[in-house]
Design a binder for this molecule. Structure first.
Ligand code: M6R
Length: 612
């Protein structure tokens, strides 16, 4: 949700922190701040984006080799200068940055006010730094111990870094349910919400576990202990990321780059897993749990947003191929119901970031009920990847644009590979059919490349509809989740109201919205319920809506009815979402840019939603 970066070493901290903030800005961008220690502990923060902070700092003296910085997505307290992080303690001897939510901050705040503490902001975070200072004074303990004691009193989620004016050679960090990674360089340390700002500096990283404290001291080795005071040995891992994956590579926006990366990202999802010649699929990460999946009474897929749409496609694929009943649940709903779950159920948690709080909570619930949990994540080493029994990474590479694009197609690819594995083991698919799907799947990256050629046509169509106030996306079968995803993409980056609906369901209500002003986007490819969708298109046309249709190449029947047709290559019905999604991603991208919207950082959104 928020982005954290901190540095302790021999180099000037300011440029490292500022660059780190830009890298992390996709996580939150309503305000930003920095604290640098050089005799004085200077905090500078402002509402707005990192560039505004940089502009604001311009010329101010920020020398020092130790500092912390933060880019925020507001939860408690509106986004303004005062609520931006870092927050000082009462004495201004300490400063903190925080990602997460302190759920019991109300009670703690009242007690602290009662004890004479004055609050400058409306944030939950300020409560924590006052609490730490209070414990330090009241109990006469070292700062590390005060942090540890305070964290035992806190309910909620946190990734924090604390800097102290009285100790220019130390940073203290801790995490629970919000990610934090320590980078270890030559005589220097970094702390960050994810590995992206560390890549230029080091490949050696330690992912902190829940309720762990990291004590970083100049000239000493990294020390880790739990908040229950148990010493831990840091597990240093080699980070596998390259710089080009984090840069725009000549594209105007990350989102466009990521849309155009899909031939490669889908291929990477299949690499080493799909072998058409041998007629095999091997998902190494779930080998030990294959039998669990084969014997599963039921599969429950939990996810949020775009990942939830991928799960819906997965439901169709699993039921078609592996003949296992599947339920798809919004993680946020699942966690607060009393779901009936038992040991024969397999829960598949899908998440690009691997940090989504609701999905994480759904996993915890499923674990309590004894279900097996499989993860499908993009971010390596993320919390969800670590919390599941087994799983498969999507290997789509870093997705920086807030609107999810390549992660969606990669998730569907993994779900396909998983369903094929189970179907083959269960004997619910013939050898011939299995081989046919494998062969077609291997062709998909090329067909995505082919599909991307519609970009100019889509741009032309976008220009005609960029001023629309509403849009309706309709599809059936495998194309229904595609319609949902198309609508989500449009609304989140262009702020045009859009709805996705099963095409036949339209006549039960949404048809009332249709008039000559309304663009209706049909996903009308040539398999499954194609004939039925033609009838739905007729119904819309009669009501004078403007029709944009995604069709299979050489289709003539939809062309007779639609105002615009966008062709995608012929493929298996279950693989259509991998192609049909592409023009919809491009359509929302072009409309949003034409409307002057910030497509990579849409308003009110953040890349990973680590709070409820
Ligand atoms: O990281 P996750 O896949 O768990 O994220 C889930 C949603 O927050 C995410 O898909 C969100 O809906 C995107 N903004 C969609 O583009």
């Amino acid at each position: 949700m928020c982005g954290i970066i901190a540095y302790l070493g021999e180099k000037p901290a300011y440029p490292i922190l500022m660059k780190g903030l830009y890298r992390l800005e996709y996580r939150g961008y309503d305000s930003a701040g920095i604290a640098i220690l050089n005799k004085e502990l200077t905090v500078i923060k402002t509402r707005g984006k990192v560039s505004e902070l940089e502009h604001f700092i311009n010329g101010k003296n920020l020398h020092g080799t130790i500092g912390i910085a933060h880019t925020r997505w507001a939860t408690h307290g509106e986004p303004n200068d005062v609520n931006a992080h870092p927050h000082y303690s009462q004495s201004k001897n300490l400063a903190i940055i925080h990602n997460g939510i302190i759920e019991n901050y109300g009670t703690l705040r009242k007690e602290l006010i009662h004890r004479g503490y004055e609050f400058r902001s409306n944030t939950d975070t300020e409560t924590l730094i006052h609490l730490i200072e209070d414990i330090q004074i009241k109990e006469g303990v070292e700062l590390v111990e005060a942090v540890r004691i305070a964290l035992n009193q806190v309910i909620g989620a946190y990734a924090i870094v604390i800097i102290s004016k009285n100790d220019p050679d130390m940073l203290i960090a801790a995490r629970k349910s919000s990610p934090l990674v320590v980078g270890i360089g030559e005589g220097e340390f970094f702390l960050a919400s994810d590995a992206t700002p560390l890549i230029e500096h080091t490949k050696d990283v330690v992912y902190l576990e829940d309720e762990e404290l990291a004590i970083i001291r100049r000239g000493h080795e990294l020390k880790i202990k739990t908040i229950k005071n148990k010493e831990k040995t840091p597990y240093i891992q080699k980070m596998e990321l390259n710089l080009s994956a984090l840069e725009k590579g000549g594209y105007e926006h990350f989102m466009l780059k990521e849309i155009f990366e899909q031939p490669r990202s889908i291929k990477d999802s299949m690499r080493g897993r799909l072998n058409v010649k041998k007629g095999t699929v091997k998902l190494g990460g779930i080998t030990e749990y294959e039998q669990k999946l084969v014997n599963a009474r039921r599969v429950i897929m939990v996810a949020c947003g775009t990942s939830w749409h991928a799960a819906l496609v997965g439901e169709y694929i699993f039921e078609d191929l592996a003949r296992i009943p599947v339920e798809v649940e919004y993680a946020s709903e699942f966690r607060y119901r009393h779901p009936i779950l038992n040991e024969d159920d397999v829960v598949i948690a899908i998440s690009q970031s691997g940090e989504t709080a609701d999905t994480m909570a759904a996993i915890e619930l499923a674990r309590d009920k004894g279900a097996t949990i499989i993860g499908i994540c993009n971010v390596v080493g993320s919390s969800i990847a670590r919390a599941t029994d087994a799983g498969s990474y999507t290997h789509a590479g870093p997705e920086i644009g807030v609107a999810s694009t390549k992660a969606f197609t990669a998730q569907i690819t993994i779900l396909l590979l998983m369903a094929l594995t189970i179907a083959e083991k269960k004997g619910t698919i013939s050898r011939l059919r299995y081989q046919e799907i494998l062969t077609e799947l291997e062709q998909i990256p090329e067909k995505v490349t082919e599909t991307l050629k519609v970009n100019d046509q889509v741009k032309f169509i976008a220009n005609l509809y960029k001023d629309s106030r509403n849009a309706l996306y309709l599809g059936r079968g495998y194309n229904f989740p595609v319609a949902l995803e198309g609508a989500l993409k449009l609304k989140e980056i262009s702020y045009i109201h859009a709805e996705g609906y099963p095409a036949a369901e339209m006549k039960h209500g949404p048809i009332a919205l249709i008039d000559e002003e309304m663009p209706v986007i049909f996903i009308a490819t040539n398999k499954g319920t194609y004939e039925k969708v033609l009838i739905n298109i007729e119904e819309v046309k009669t009501r004078k809506a403007k029709i944009i249709a995604i069709v299979t190449e050489h289709d003539e029947r939809v062309a007779e009815l639609a105002d615009h047709v966008i062709e995608i290559p012929e493929t298996e019905e279950m693989l259509v979402p991998l192609l049909a999604t592409i023009p919809l991603q491009l359509l929302s991208y072009h409309i949003a840019t034409m409307r002057g919207c910030n497509v990579d950082q849409p308003r009110n959104l953040a890349k990973s939603v680590t709070v409820e």
